[in-house]
Design a protein around this ligand. Structure first.
Ligand SMILES: [Zn+2]
Length: 305
């Protein structure tokens, strides 16, 4: 169309017209670039708001690994993340751990060293703690900082391996991080591989040992948020995966919830032909507000798409 119109124009008009079109195109391109730049700045600002305030990073606490999995599912994994780096704190020890005050003390220690970023996660006897924004690179393992998310396992593991509940918390956290980014269980690194003067994450913690444990625990963990529908009215939610646990809440026929884990019945009991409990991670459509989440017997629910 442009070609046909310009064919009927005088030479001078044609030149003016072409200059005008070129100017309009240039202006449009500049506007698009400016919009892209503004969007980039906005995203950076958003990331900063999410806790990368160097002097005061947002410390998050997840009481269960399932809670951590729900949080992970709300974030897009960063492209630089390709390995999970394993550490130990040495101090505080498991016995010394006091939750938030302990984490704050560790943070102050790093800040006195002049660090501007930190290990990402701490696995403690009271759950999973986040110190460094998971979307941003941290400081924990020399050159491995560039491609790894760092997990500090609370305790000293030069003479002993991880004990429960830290054992399960750590392995499940690794599995969830791998699933989140589509990594393999072999995608772990040890701090001492990047700093020969350290025994971190403890002499007893070897690459092969972690691999073995991951293979064992993998069968117990459904590492994904699956959707379930409740089949029966007044299906009881219990605090743990066995009938012996107190009732934590009630679900009704048709209620829908998300789950990140299916656990074997702790007592080894088989009810209605099934011996598993589904962890109610997040209720998304229920008749009654569920306040305390817990476990519902797998025979009372059905997995849906
Ligand atoms: Zn370390």
């Amino acid at each position: 169309m442009v070609q046909i119109i310009t064919d009927f124009m005088e030479e001078k008009e044609r030149r003016e017209y072409e200059a005008k079109v070129a100017a309009e195109l240039a202006a449009k391109k500049a506007a698009e670039e400016a919009a892209l730049e503004a969007k980039k700045r906005e995203e950076e600002l958003e990331r900063a708001k999410q806790g990368q305030d160097f002097t005061n990073p947002k410390l998050l606490h997840f009481r269960t690994v399932d809670d951590f999995a729900v949080y992970l599912s709300s974030l897009l994994p960063p492209s630089w993340f390709r390995k999970v780096a394993i550490h130990h704190t040495v101090v505080p020890t498991v016995a010394q751990w006091r939750g938030l005050p302990s984490l704050q003390a560790v943070l102050r220690y790093y800040q006195r060293l002049g660090w501007k970023s930190y290990p990402h996660l701490f696995v403690a006897p009271d759950g999973i703690w986040q110190m460094n924004n998971l979307l941003l690179r941290g400081t924990h393992a020399n050159i491995a900082n560039g491609f790894s998310i760092g997990i500090e396992v609370v305790g000293n593991y030069d003479n002993t391996t991880w004990a429960e509940p830290i054992y399960t918390y750590t392995l499940e956290t690794i599995l969830h991080l791998h699933k989140w980014r589509g990594l393999d269980s072999t995608d772990i690194v040890l701090h001492r591989d990047y700093n020969k003067t350290k025994s971190c994450p403890g002499k007893k913690i070897t690459y092969d040992w972690i691999q073995q444990q991951l293979q064992e625990i993998k069968e117990d963990v459904v590492v994904a948020l699956d959707k379930y529908r409740v089949k029966l009215d007044k299906s009881r939610i219990r605090q743990g995966p066995a009938l012996a646990y107190p009732v934590a809440g009630m679900l009704y026929a048709g209620d829908i919830f998300l789950s990140a884990a299916v656990k074997r019945d702790e007592a080894g009991a088989v009810v209605n032909g099934k011996s598993e409990w589904v962890h109610v991670t997040k209720a998304i459509a229920t008749q009654n507000q569920v306040s305390d989440l817990g476990f519902v017997h797998s025979s009372l629910v059905e997995k849906i798409d």
